[in-house]
Design a protein around this ligand. Structure first.
Ligand code: R5P
Length: 303
């Protein structure tokens, strides 16, 4: 059983909701930036011999990871029995291959750092494209929750006569599952990425688009270029305003505003806190945390 949930800044709402559903105490940490931009960290809750869980979603990870690692190391020094990480969004998963000579495969490097610092990891729909599971790169027990059933539920309740559209072949895994649960047809577009902010989208089959509300489903909206281009293209095939649903709304470059300007209704899960959050993934994480904590109890002979 988890004894203490500690939110990193920005994760308070998620940690509070999880603490409530798990019946767990909420912990506190004091963070302060020194004038030289180094970080002061102080754990304000009792840590000794307790099962600790740190809640830290990992969008914009470079600003967070060092503090997160310091915090986990401090909890370890103060006698934490186990330290779990709840990272609803798991960073760096898209750099999963050395695409050019000399490149860092940062998905592996982050996995190594987090596996050294934590005893387990719970996350939601990590970008598994060239890896088949997190265990290929993480050495600790992991639980992956899937948002597809909640996305389907949201579409069923909010969109009449939808056509589920995947903006690229990588999204087919989510799109096919969602379409099946919604009971709607789906199609997958073709994406050619020329650069970070330069994508080209092609429609392979436009026959089913005209009479239905286009609902794009993807795992991540980052620069937003995938969704913006897909929205732009689909608006030449139908007059119905599109809906863009993503598990993780990173929204770099004000892409939330650009998508709204393009006439799209945007909905995301609360894996990253944002005004577009309409799908609560907390209920997916609660059982995952329970299972991982029980596994650790068993492992530590406490169970
Ligand atoms: C890529 O394969 C992902 O599924 C998303 O389509 C992509 O990460 C979105 O990125 P962006 O918003 O920068 O186009």
């Amino acid at each position: 059983m988890t004894d203490l949930l500690i939110p990193m800044p920005g994760n308070e709402a998620m940690a509070q909701a999880l603490a409530l559903s798990l019946g767990t105490e909420l912990g506190h940490v004091e963070l302060h930036k020194f004038p030289d931009a180094e970080t002061y960290i102080r754990l304000l809750s009792d840590i000794d011999a307790r099962q600790i869980v740190i809640v830290c979603t990992l969008d914009r990870p470079d600003d967070k990871i060092l503090t997160l690692l310091f915090l986990a190391a401090t909890a370890r020094e103060l006698g934490a029995k186990t330290i779990g990480l709840v990272a609803p969004y798991l960073a760096y998963m898209r750099q999963d291959r050395r695409f050019n000579p000399g490149e860092a495969v940062t998905s592996r490097q982050i996995a190594r750092l987090l596996s050294d610092a934590f005893d387990w990891l719970a996350t939601v729909d990590p970008h598994l494209h060239r890896y088949s599971s997190l265990s290929e790169i993480y050495r600790i027990p992991t639980e992956v929750a899937h948002a597809a059933p909640l996305i389907s539920e949201w579409i069923r309740a909010n969109v009449q006569v939808p056509l589920i559209i995947g903006p690229d072949s990588e999204s087919e895994q989510w799109v096919s599952a969602v379409a099946k649960e919604v009971g709607a047809p789906y199609t997958v577009l073709q994406k050619i990425r020329h650069g970070d902010r330069d994508v080209e989208i092609l429609v392979r089959d436009a026959s089913s688009i005209a009479d239905r509300t286009p609902v794009f489903v993807d795992d991540i909206i980052s620069s937003g270029r995938t969704m913006i281009e897909a929205t732009r293209l689909i608006s030449t095939k139908t007059t119905k305003p599109p809906v863009c649903v993503a598990v993780h709304g990173i929204f770099a470059d004000n892409s939330d505003l650009l998508l709204a300007k393009a006439g799209a209704r945007v909905v995301t899960s609360n894996s990253v806190a944002h005004a577009t959050n309409g799908i609560d993934i907390g209920p997916l994480l609660t059982p995952a945390i329970r299972r991982l904590s029980a596994h650790e109890n068993h492992h530590n002979g406490r169970g």
